[in-house]
Design a protein around this ligand. Structure first.
Ligand SMILES: Cc1cc2nc3c(=O)[nH]c(=O)nc-3n(C[C@H](O)[C@H](O)[C@H](O)COP(=O)(O)O)c2cc1C
Length: 301
């Protein structure tokens, strides 16, 4: 018998695939729908202290191999998000994604997410297109340590830190999370990117640059997970360009205990989770893997 159950530290998921933050997870109804489509958990859209409009249009464009977006973290703010969480939480595992400018913001947001019933909190230390937030705080190991420590000392739910690939010190940042008591790292957020219109002779996005996601980033994500896995003892969650079971298994064999799918939902639709679950089970049966755990990190051997 093959089992798709997996543990991310203290949190056990019936299925290893989660919805990545920012795709089909802005409302209670969309989060419930994704749980019904076979996701083991849904990570909410990143939420901040106050309502935030995000960047002006155009803030999203397709490229070969994925998307470049500069949404700029639009969200209703933590107070209003209470209602979306109340709708979704009774239906399954909802991870609350939060962003802030420093330890105090993150602490306060995490306390609210715990109160709303989130099964874990994911710290967005990695958005590449939000001034003063995301990767601007997440590429400084001291700041990362202070943020994770502040959150860990304030909530009892697991604390995950989502990291950026836009740095040459990713393992150092992963270590900062671990040293601060973080329960898991999530890798990767989008790669800083730009698209220019030859006709207009200008960048396409209003913010000029954005973040690349989708199939084009998968080898970067797999490498990031592999690198992190050589230095960390805490669990790793892999994300970036996953479109099918093969992609998911690559991440797992690189060292991920679970994975997230974002752009794949936009490209293939919400049925992507059922398909990955079914096809991964077939692969595991054929190759004699009885559990997800038995595949985690085996590419290192
Ligand atoms: C439209 C869009 C919005 C996103 N919003 C967020 C967000 O709010 N918080 C976050 O941590 N990541 C956000 N991401 C990044 C994704 O969660 C994910 O890390 C990244 O897209 C790579 O995975 P993918 O290739 O499966 O999309 C967003 C990505 C996209 C495409």
């Amino acid at each position: 018998m093959v089992n798709l159950k997996t543990a991310v530290g203290d949190l056990t998921l019936d299925k290893p695939g989660m919805v990545a933050s920012g795709i089909m997870d802005e409302t209670g109804a969309s989060m419930v729908r994704m749980l019904e489509c076979g996701a083991g958990a849904v990570v909410s859209k990143s939420v901040g202290l106050e309502p935030h409009e995000g960047h002006a249009n155009p803030c999203f464009t397709e490229v070969r191999g994925g998307y470049v977006n500069a949404m700029g973290l639009p969200n209703p703010g933590i107070e209003l998000f209470r209602e979306e969480m109340a709708e979704a939480v009774p239906h399954g595992n909802i991870v609350g994604s939060i962003y802030g400018a420093g330890p105090d913001d993150f602490r306060s947001l995490a306390i609210s997410m715990e109160e709303y019933g989130a099964c874990a909190v994911e710290l967005n230390l990695s958005c590449p297109h939000a001034k003063g937030y995301g990767m601007e705080v997440g590429t400084d190991p001291d700041m990362v340590k202070r943020i994770v420590m502040a959150v860990k000392s304030s909530v009892d739910i697991p604390v995950w830190a989502k990291l950026t690939p836009n740095t040459h010190i990713l393992p150092t940042i992963g270590m900062a999370v671990q040293d601060a008591g973080g329960d898991a790292v999530v890798a990767i957020n989008t790669l800083k990117a730009m698209v220019i219109s030859p006709e207009f002779a200008r960048p396409v996005l209003s913010n000029k640059f954005g973040g690349l996601s989708g199939p084009a980033v998968k080898p970067v994500g797999v490498r990031a997970v592999y690198d992190l896995s050589t230095v960390l003892d805490i669990p790793i969650i892999g994300v970036g360009g996953i479109m099918d079971w093969r992609d998911a298994v690559e991440y797992i064999m690189a060292g991920a205990s679970a994975f997230q799918v974002g752009s794949g939902i936009g490209i293939d639709g919400p049925s992507i989770f059922e398909e990955i679950n079914r096809d991964m089970e077939c692969f595991m049966k054929e190759y004699g893997y009885k559990s997800i755990e038995s595949m985690v990190g085996i590419a290192h051997e």
